[in-house]
Design a protein around this ligand. Structure first.
Ligand code: ATP
Ligand code: MG
Length: 564
């Protein structure tokens, strides 16, 4: 059974749905939806909502709609719609033919509005936006009724029709629900239902110059579609009475049950689309799929797998109380997934040349290397071994400190899949003192990695053959922010203040074993001892080898933090 077939861990929402089915509510049917506003790319928080909504439908034999809540023409773009569809599919979910747009219901919303006006439950207000805000009151001060609240039904119908006909400029009138200006719930103080906006909509073009507010569209869209369980994040708890009021006053046949859950927050990143838009627009990152972003497309480009993300969403669970999840958990889920299936290869990120003085010039041996110790079926491959090799600069110290067991002058270590070598000399640049290459000898009797006399070495190093290895660029990433919670910026500071200036390190002189010659974009490998690396979706083409470090083998960050 795959982790997806098991479905999400049972949670309080699944319990509600299950009880509803047992009580034969909604004739035992389950219909959920994932309702993004197409005003940005999806992020890992959305993945939580996607897994929850599609997961409930899967678990309870229901269906899940993908609906774009596209009521704001000024911030929405086709680009976002396309990316959202791609990301949902990539995550492994399928809305089949159930793709909807709130903009498809604009005519219906208009009729709903007219219905409420006729019922005396909505009125055209002509206060300015500032006045409306001022009249609204605060949590401690009740609101004041607008002087226009007493307009007759006829006058309201006439004005609303003329708003629709485009007679008035933006901001001159709005349509408001007539509820209660003294309500303890600010959302119930005659909320705006429609505003005038002479803007072209990406789907309806210039058909409309009045647009429904999100709060007047969202609940009704759910009702129109026949959604049984309308699952949303906690900030909409206070909106629920309003959504209920609209549906009751409109006497709609379907009354979806709204259930709120806590949104996902992650350390060292931000999740609000408004802020993500800024990071992209202001050039703090390259684009929406920058591997440092928590966007689905960024995580994908970084090397995250749909399986790892779904596993993560299952592990964090669904709760009623806000909390922040450690980024290390997300990385852990990726490590677990890739450990099972990523082929192992050898790559040297910061090469240091090694010349084996006693190895015959021109000789090349093909050594057997294991593709994946976790998966015997993955088999083995050949890697060429020759007189000149590269090892990592970090694997050598001229004057080794305590507990450094890797290569040093006079010391013997093992080369993975190869021989024992001993460092016999260092060649340096006379002027700078920089180490140019190491002179070593190898012991031919240790082929395969063991000495016949039983002597031990304390380290095994990865390596590549100098002449056979391939040049590559490797990009190393760390947290985009230096603070656990960059959104909580101090007074006068902006969240961008906490951008980590060292979140990206580009290494251009890396060397890869020749088996990676035709690594396809998005293929993921474990570079032995270094971590998991993903061939870049865009740049690893045309003979160029470009890899992104998806995650290190161990959680280096937590260790660094503890030390500090
Ligand atoms: P943001 O606050 O990032 O701009 P949003 O809530 O405006 O996000 P929508 O496009 O409205 O984004 O979200 C679509 C769905 O995803 C909604 O049902 C919303 O509740 C859910 N969602 C958004 N962010 C999160 C999150 N961090 N955790 C869980 N669910 C989320
Ligand atoms: Mg929203």
């Amino acid at each position: 059974m795959t982790e997806q077939e098991k479905g999400p861990a049972s949670n309080f929402i699944a319990a509600i749905v299950s009880a509803d089915i047992r009580a034969n509510k909604n004739d035992g049917k389950v219909m959920t939806r994932f309702p993004p506003e197409p005003n940005g790319y999806l992020h890992i928080g959305h993945a939580k909502s996607i897994c929850l909504n599609f997961g409930l439908a899967q678990d309870f034999n229901g269906v899940c709609n993908l609906r774009f809540d596209d009521t704001n023409p000024t911030k929405e773009e086709q680009q976002y719609i396309d990316s959202i569809k791609e990301d949902v599919r990539w995550l492994g979910f399928d809305w089949r033919d159930r793709l909807y747009f709130a903009s498809d219901y604009f005519e219906k919303f208009y009729e709903f509005a007219v219905y409420l006006i006729k019922k005396g439950k909505a009125y055209v207000d002509s206060l300015s936006a500032d006045e409306i805000r001022e009249y609204r009151g605060t949590l401690t001060r009740p609101g004041r009724e607008s002087t226009y609240r007493q307009r007759s039904v006829e006058e309201n119908l006439d004005l609303f029709e003329r708003m629709k006909q485009g007679e008035f400029p933006d901001g001159t009138h709005v349509l408001r629900a007539k509820i209660n200006m003294a309500s303890g719930n600010l959302n119930m103080r005659d909320p705006v239902m429609y505003r005038i906006l002479h803007a072209s909509h990406h789907r309806t073009g210039n058909t409309w110059c009045i647009y429904p507010m999100y709060d007047f569209a969202h609940g009704q869209s759910d009702a129109i579609e026949g959604i049984t369980h309308s699952i949303c994040t906690l900030e909409f708890e206070d909106h629920r009475p309003l959504y209920d009021w609209f549906i009751d006053e409109l006497e709609l046949a379907c009354h979806p049950q709204q259930i709120e859950f806590a949104r996902l927050n992650l350390t060292y990143t931000i999740m609000s689309k408004r802020k993500l838009v800024r990071l992209v627009a202001e050039g703090h990152v390259q684009d929406w799929d920058d591997p440092r972003l928590p966007t689905i497309s960024g995580l994908r480009r970084r090397g995250f797998t749909p399986e790892a993300i779904r596993d993560f969403c299952g592990r964090i669970g669904v709760a009623k109380k806000d909390s922040t999840v450690d980024m290390a958990l997300l990385e852990h889920c990726l490590r677990e997934d890739l450990n099972k299936r990523a082929p192992r290869v050898m790559a040297v990120l910061k090469p240091l040349k090694v010349v084996l003085e006693n190895y015959p010039e021109g000789q090349v041996e093909e050594l057997d290397a294991v593709n994946n110790p976790e998966d015997p079926a993955a088999g083995s491959r050949k890697v060429p071994f020759a007189r000149e090799l590269y090892i990592e600069q970090d694997d050598f110290m001229e004057e080794p400190v305590k507990k450094f067991f890797r290569l040093a002058p006079g010391r013997e270590v093992r080369l993975r899949y190869g021989y024992f070598i001993t460092c016999t000399g260092i060649k340096k640049d006379d002027a700078t003192g920089e180490i140019l290459e190491l002179r070593c000898t190898y012991d031919p009797a240790t082929r395969g990695g063991n000495a016949p006399d039983g002597r031990k070495v304390k380290a095994t190093l990865h390596w590549v053959s100098a002449q056979h290895s391939l040049p590559a660029e490797v990009r190393l990433y760390s947290h985009l922010f230096t603070r656990e919670n960059p959104a909580a910026a101090e007074e006068g500071e902006d969240f961008t203040t906490y951008i980590n200036p060292e979140s990206l390190e580009i290494l251009s002189g890396c060397r890869l074993e020749p088996n990676l010659a035709d690594a396809r974009p998005e293929s993921i490998y474990q570079f032995e001892r270094l971590g998991y690396f993903c061939a870049d979706r865009h740049d690893c083409t045309g003979g160029r080898l470009v890899f992104n470090r998806s995650v290190t083998l161990r959680d280096a960050w937590t260790k660094i933090k503890k030390k500090a």
